[in-house]
Ligand binder design. Structure first.
Ligand code: PRP
Ligand code: MN
Ligand code: MG
Length: 181
């Protein structure tokens, strides 16, 4: 285990099982439809890669990168698009793929942006959900795990851009994120 982590919160096996369960449910729900999976960079990359391969139907994938507007971002929820989708989503079934929903502000804003483009549908799939941190209500259609309010890293999730490559989901040691730099 990485020296900066306290413990495994969700193991590789539990993640695999959940990803396949979600893949089966999504494949059934979107059978016969043109599905575009939209991963939100960068946290969703690892989950997206596994989830797309757990699908039993044809899908297309794309990515968006967003950044919060300055220091007030976490209260306003206004985000800036750093990388937009490559193509129009008009009449497409869009599934937003996220690693985690925390306050909900990022997704709330993204949902508005995408819905304004007249897609056939927009739904949200997240691997992790921290319901205790929610500030704005977002409709999470597919959720892997509800987790407590702990600082988690790995499987795409970072702290200061580190730990995304770790294979499981871990609780980060307190001294790592409390230390003064
Ligand atoms: C994290 C996470 C979600 C968002 C959730 O991304 O990946 O996208 O925050 O937070 P919210 O519900 O409070 O809006 P982050 O902004 O850290 O960027 P990253 O994906 O590149 O790590
Ligand atoms: Mn993110
Ligand atoms: Mg992050």
């Amino acid at each position: 285990m990485h020296p900066d982590v306290e413990k495994v919160l969700i193991s590789r096996m539990e993640i695999d099982e959940k990803v396949h369960e979600l893949g089966n449910i999504l494949s059934r729900d979107y059978a016969g439809k043109e599905l575009l999976m939209v991963g939100i960079l960068k946290g969703a990359v690892v989950f997206m890669a596994d989830l797309a391969r757990a699908m039993n139907i044809d899908v297309r994938i794309d990515f968006m990168a967003v950044s919060s507007y300055g220091a007030s971002s976490k209260s306003t929820g206004v985000v800036r698009i750093l990388k937009d989708l490559d193509k129009s989503i008009e009449n497409c079934h869009v599934l937003i793929v996220e690693d985690i929903v925390d306050t909900g502000l990022t997704l709330n804003y993204l949902l508005d942006i995408l819905q304004a483009r007249n897609p056939a549908s927009v739904r949200i799939c997240t691997l992790l959900d921290k319901p205790s941190r929610r500030e704005v209500n977002v409709p999470v259609d597919y959720n892997g795990f509800a987790i407590p309010d702990k600082f988690v890293v790995g499987y795409g999730l970072d702290y200061n851009e580190k730990y995304r490559h770790l294979p499981e989901i871990y609780v980060l040691k307190k001294e790592i994120y409390q230390s003064v730099k």
